[in-house]
Design a protein around this ligand. Sequence first.
Ligand SMILES: [Zn+2]
Ligand SMILES: [Zn+2]
Length: 187
Amino acid sequence: MISLNNLDPRAPFVLDTRDLGRRPGSQREVTLSAPAPADLGIEVLSVPVDSPVELDLRLEAVMDGVLVTGGAHAALAGECVRCLEPIADEVDVTFQELYMYDDTRDAASLDDEDDDISMLEGDLLDLEPVLRDAVVLALPFQPLCQDDCPGLCPECGARLADDPDHSHDEPIDPRWAGLAGLNDGQD
Ligand SMILES: [Zn+2]
Ligand SMILES: [Zn+2]
């Protein structure tokens, strides 16, 4: 049988839907653990490459394709954007995506629309783009080691959370003296 598929059926996030038989209403639960791909997350916080992503999925055949509903759980590693302290966290996401059958589409008309539509390739679907979008959306824009991380001392770079009473007797840069004066005036 000749296949035009680009997807690798052995890839960790590629699922085979053949057993659903394209019968609307037929469904299957899938639980799997797969190694995280690179760049699953944002620059400052992401799922470590090859660490396990736990997936809990329901695949359901509908009229136009296969509806995938599920959730994913994974570890996160990154660093605080204020003080650069390493962050270890976890992320839970849920998602739902309809993968259209590729032989029922009107290829010409679809090409003109956005390519946000997920397509099956034969019986295979690739969960990775959907997972990636869900994870990125779930992450904080600016991850912090703690909600009120005071960051680093602007004068010497010390991590202020480690040293709350941190202070310098004399400003190193004379510009800071001017700022201090302004603050006094406002009080
Ligand atoms: Zn911090
Ligand atoms: Zn300092």
